[in-house]
Design a protein around this ligand. Sequence first.
Ligand code: SF4
Ligand code: SF4
Length: 135
Amino acid sequence: MVSKRLVLTFPHKLLDKPIVYQLVKEYDLVFNILQARVMPNEQGLLVLEITGNKENYAKGVKYLTDLGVKIQPLSNDVRRNDARCTHCGVCISVCPTEALSINKKTMKVDFDLAKCIACELCVRACPVRAMEVKL
Ligand code: SF4
Ligand code: SF4
């Protein structure tokens, strides 16, 4: 038996398809939706906990990737290096969960780790590499 937390990114063309339901029906997997969101670029983002036997889990993941769903493991290891951050705000527009937001009082960028799903989009977007993956 395996149980994993995954970040699934769906292309726009798959948003109205009952894809996750197929994981239950065809692969006997149990899932728990931790977060669901349509991002500004019209991709869908789902954070799921998927549980099932190892073979079915592997088949289910293959089914999703064959359809074009991007899958990343969920980890809570993204941090901000505050000494580097210039509060430029670039990361706010890419963050799908509003873990990064402008603080209207200080006009600085706040990072709320509790909302972070470790998708790493900000890591790639930050021009000064202030968002870091802790290994
Ligand atoms: S993109 Fe980087 S430097 Fe700019 S606010 Fe975000 S973390 Fe700070
Ligand atoms: S990794 Fe960055 S972009 Fe992704 S949820 Fe966390 S703060 Fe937002």
